[in-house]
Ligand binder design. Structure first.
Ligand SMILES: C[S@@+](CC[C@H](N)C(=O)[O-])C[C@H]1O[C@@H](n2cnc3c(N)ncnc32)[C@H](O)[C@@H]1O
Ligand SMILES: [Zn+2]
Length: 382
């Protein structure tokens, strides 16, 4: 038990006690030394706990969590302490981070946690044989997770969950298109719904790597905020025969957008040149039943209230067409103030269009109406 001195402090996150470097709490940007811990990532760890709980509830196989890039082990220790798992392996290259994690494991009387100090791909390769894989594998690096997709997929058992995080937002949001093409194999277009495009680029890259390995991925849940994009996919050891890689076509002139298998050059509505994002994932990004199960699990967990609100939005948009509009975007095209979101959605539905809120934006909505149809309907709302 030794570690504590004045540069460390005990906190509680969820139901779990964590020893963390004091500076990670007091400084604006949490330092990487002596070990990395970001208190602001509590919300995404809350979502992880909910998603893993929903998965574990219905999973029959061995319950093993492999955390590839653990930092001080906040996510893995919470899984060990707050969920029913058989074993957890916490891996990081930083030995100090692991010592802190070991200390916290003792604080919580956890006996099912192992520690590993390896480069993440070497670590995951140890678990890539059939019968030795993890049922939940998490990849949470600084920056892009794309370099770890191969080893992450190989270390996830049939029917298991692979979760990934990306923090290279400038790359995924279209500031460095060349870098995005190199890392994720597709290019973004800068739009109001850039966060959804980013998530679809990550999923597209995962799908292409998985398909190369003869594996299928099924997105269960995705989540983003100003600082990160997280994806949760089910991994199945079978060929993926679905056509789920394509493009988002976006017209910067009239705002029309379309998800397609093939590239097109011209906007259907205004006939001007259209911008092309992709190749990227064009299939569903939320699994309705999984989100319902996540909502049910909330009752048993100690997580931020915001999670439930967000999950209800995910549920509402789970069967909706991809991409969303924002009220501001439509209002600026109409040159008048926007209607209330609830009103906008109700009026679209009254006109026989699908319409829902979206977890991607507080003023966003998903619909199968085209932008010209949306504007027409909004002009009737007073
Ligand atoms: C973003 S932090 C992880 C945060 C943690 N998952 C959490 O939820 O608090 C990334 C971690 O990856 C570790 N790391 C960086 N490169 C690595 C590599 N190639 N192999 C293993 N660990 C690595 C760093 O030491 C750091 O602790
Ligand atoms: Zn157009």
């Amino acid at each position: 038990m030794e570690i504590p001195n004045e540069s460390f402090q005990e906190i509680i996150e969820g139901k779990t006690k964590l020893l963390v470097p004091k500076k990670s709490i007091t400084e604006k940007v949490p330092p990487k030394k002596p070990a990395f811990f970001n208190p602001k990532a509590k919300l995404n760890r809350d979502f992880s706990v909910i998603a893993y709980a929903a998965f574990l509830k219905n999973f029959q196989g061995p319950k093993i969590f492999l955390e590839g890039l653990s930092g001080i082990g906040a996510r893995g220790l919470r899984v060990a302490n707050e969920l029913k798992v058989e074993s957890i392996v916490i891996n990081d290259l930083n030995p100090t981070a692991l010592k802190i994690a070991e200390y916290s494991a003792k604080l919580n009387n956890l006996s099912n946690v192992e520690f590993s100090e390896k480069e993440v791909c070497r670590f995951l390769s140890n678990y890539s044989k059939k019968g030795e894989r993890g049922s939940i594998v998490d990849i949470d690096p600084f920056g892009s997770p794309a370099a770890f997709f191969d080893c992450g997929i190989r270390a996830t058992m049939h029917g298991g969950i692979l979760s990934t995080a990306a923090t290279d937002l400038q790359v995924l949001n279209g500031l460095f298109q060349g870098a995005c093409k190199r890392k994720y194999g597709g290019i973004p277009v800068r739009t109001e719904y850039g966060n959804e495009i980013a998530i679809r680029l990550i999923l597209g890259c995962l799908r292409i790597v998985a398909a190369r390995l003869g594996v299928e991925i099924i997105p269960m849940f995705v989540e983003s905020d100003m600082h990160y994009y997280r994806t949760y996919v089910k991994v199945l050891n079978r060929r993926d025969l679905q056509e789920n890689i394509g493009y988002i076509l976006h017209c910067k002139n009239c705002g029309h957008r379309k998800i397609t298998l093939e590239q097109e050059q011209e906007c259907e509505l205004c006939k001007l040149k259209i911008s092309i994002a992709g190749p990227l994932w064009i299939g569903k990004i939320f699994n309705k039943e999984f989100i319902q199960n996540m909502i049910l699990e909330i009752l048993n967990l100690q997580i931020d209230k915001v999670c439930e609100k967000t999950l209800h939005k995910c549920l509402a948009e789970s069967e909706m067409p991809g991409t969303y509009f924002t009220l501001d975007e439509i209002a600026s095209k109409m040159k008048s103030s926007p209607p209330k979101l609830e009103n906008a959605i109700l009026n679209l539905q009254k006109n026989n269009f699908l319409a829902s809120v979206t977890s991607f934006s507080p003023t966003g909505f998903k619909t199968d109406a085209k932008i010209n149809e949306i504007i027409k309907i909004f002009q009737t709302i007073r």
